[in-house]
Design a protein around this ligand. Structure first.
Ligand code: ZN
Ligand code: MN
Length: 478
């Protein structure tokens, strides 16, 4: 390879707090425009800023799970720039003394393990949102997101491929979501990524001209943008084609191209200075210990527990611990019924299929775990069969039915009475003489069809094992 791509990442992650960073407005996603705004987060002069303690704890948690060195005296600074979604005219961030530095995150790709070094993580407030397409010819400002707490995780330029970038983002998502720092939902913007990218001759010590692609929120788009920028930079180096300057670019995923937004500012353009309205914050050992002691079980520990203690396959455990939400559902359901394999099976097969039909992903699906456990238990002890159980799970999700009451009221209990099943089997054999001949002629395919017919006669409620056995017996006879 003649050239290599060098990348560093800036990842913004929204902290999972109830309220904003310096006021008591709600930080919830999805409110009506400007529902969650007060004079402080609208940038009115003279409003005092009061630091959200939960935000600080979550930032410390992020520092711990990324093996960072936590700062003893952390300060807040002002980053000055004017933009309509930033009503104060500056962003409160950390420039001189961020919450932590020198972290390390281990990633794994096909090439093996690699450590990505972090320059720092700092706490800052988010900006608002501009809406361009509601009123023709006008832009509207929604300040709900203004001053929602973020951390920005700044890596060193340690990435050499899109695969490494993707692995790192997946790893961050796992570390931070399992630690309760953030839900890290890229599609809702609670995790966003800026990629700083340059291309140089392999072996060169100097970095090439750097461009920054801003605010990407899907792994696919990030990989596509990296491929596009790499090619654009390489073309320039080889032929001088195009224009390569230090700038900020926007990735247009539908066009499959990046576009220039503005020439990249340097740090001095922001005139950072210490924020005189916020006192320095001393982070002592006791605070760190409290956060460390409260950290929930991380994904890799869960994986080990699921495989070694609970006997799940590595495949199933990998899928469940790939999502904080799924592993919470698993652990919660385990409180009611200790049947790890069946719980895993039901989550990965039934629950995810139902969620998908509802356009929900693994991070959004939710279920009443007590009812979920009840359904599994009723299937295992043969109160209902597997098929009915799956249908009832859909009703639990959609209508919140209580499985036991519903089965009783609708007489959905499993038919395990051999006499009743046998009667149905004999009727089916009589009604499907053609299929019976085919079966006896060696076509075993029709067996499934006959099972289906028998099941139907019994309202789908029969014990499939008994149906199979009695049908095989009856067909074996002449
Ligand atoms: Zn506010
Ligand atoms: Mn930032």
């Amino acid at each position: 390879m003649k050239y290599e791509t060098v990348m560093g990442l800036e990842v913004h992650v929204e902290l999972d707090t109830e309220s904003k960073l310096f006021c008591s407005c709600s930080a919830k996603f999805g409110a009506r425009p400007n529902e969650n705004v007060c004079p402080a987060c609208a940038g009115m002069p003279g409003m005092p800023a009061v630091l959200n303690e939960k935000a600080l704890q979550l930032a410390i948690a992020a520092a711990l799970v990324t093996n960072s060195e936590i700062t003893e005296v952390m300060t807040f600074d002002k980053k000055n720039y004017f933009y309509p979604d930033l009503p104060a005219g500056y962003q409160i961030t950390q420039w001189f003394s961020p919450v932590c530095r020198n972290g390390r995150v281990e990633i794994e790709t096909k090439a093996g393990k690699k450590t990505i070094n972090l320059k720092q993580i700092h706490i800052e407030e988010d900006a608002g949102k501009l809406v361009h397409d509601v009123l023709p010819g006008a832009t509207l400002a929604d300040f709900n997101r203004t001053s929602v707490p973020l951390i920005e995780i700044v890596s060193m330029p340690d990435f050499r491929s899109a695969e490494e970038v993707t692995a790192y983002l997946e790893k961050l998502r796992s570390l931070l979501s399992f630690a309760g720092v953030s839900d890290c939902k890229m599609q809702e913007g609670s995790m966003r990524c800026d990629v700083n990218i340059s291309v140089r001759e392999t072996g060169s010590k100097e970095l090439g001209v750097r461009t920054e692609i801003k605010n990407m929120n899907s792994l696919k788009a990030i990989a596509a943008a990296i491929a596009y920028e790499t090619e654009r930079h390489t073309d320039y180096l080889e032929t001088g084609a195009g224009r390569l300057i230090q700038e900020t670019r926007r990735w247009d995923d539908s066009a499959g191209e990046s576009f220039s937004m503005r020439e990249k500012e340097n740090a001095t353009d922001y005139r950072y200075f210490p924020n005189p309205e916020l006192m320095p914050v001393i982070i002592n050992e006791k605070m760190i210990k409290t956060v460390r002691d409260g950290l929930p079980e991380p994904a890799d520990k869960k994986f080990t527990r699921f495989t070694e203690k609970l006997g799940l396959s590595e495949y199933d455990a990998g899928l469940i611990t790939g999502s904080k939400n799924l592993s919470d559902i698993f652990d919660e359901t385990m409180k009611y019924i200790e049947n790890p394999k069946e719980i895993a099976n039901r989550i990965l097969v039934d629950l995810l299929a139902l969620a998908k039909g509802d356009n929900k992903g693994e991070d959004d699906v939710s279920v009443d775990c007590r009812k979920f456990a009840k359904l599994i238990e009723m299937t295992e002890n043969k109160t209902i069969n597997r098929n009915i159980s799956k249908k009832l799970l859909a009703l639990v999700l959609q209508e919140g039915i209580d499985p036991e009451t519903y089965v009783k009221d609708n007489k959905l209990g499993m038919i395990g009475d051999a006499g009743e099943v046998e009667k149905a089997v004999l009727e089916v054999i009589k009604e499907n003489a053609g299929s019976v001949v085919e079966y006896r002629g060696g076509s075993t395919k029709v067996f499934g069809f006959l099972v289906g017919q028998t099941m139907r006669k019994l309202g789908g409620k029969a014990d499939p094992q008994i149906v199979n056995r009695l049908l095989a017996e009856a067909l074996g006879q002449n």
